[in-house]
Design a protein. Structure first.
Length: 87
């Protein structure tokens, strides 16, 4: 988490091990979230105010929706960078 938290920046090339770990986490996190959501693990949700917009997430459904939009933004930036770099 330290390497990717808010305020960090790239510090060099990612290794294949880094890519493999992020790929594994991306898919395993989805499965864990589905299982936790189904078993009502998120029945207690602590409100969270977003530092970027000031909006407050009040339930797990809002948090999941925000996470999807947030990850979509990252994907869009990555695709734009790949186009610029012609990779």
């Amino acid at each position: 988490m330290k390497k990717y938290k808010k305020g960090t920046k790239p510090d060099g090339k990612a290794t294949q091990a880094d890519v493999d770990e992020l790929n594994e986490l991306a898919f395993s996190t989805i499965e864990h979230t589905k299982a936790d959501f189904g078993s009502k693990t998120f029945s207690t949700f602590h409100e969270y105010t977003l530092s970027t917009t000031g909006n407050t997430l009040t339930n797990v459904s809002q948090a999941i929706q925000f996470a999807l939009v947030h990850e979509g933004m990252h994907a869009g930036y990555i695709l734009a960078l790949l186009r610029v770099l012609k990779v």
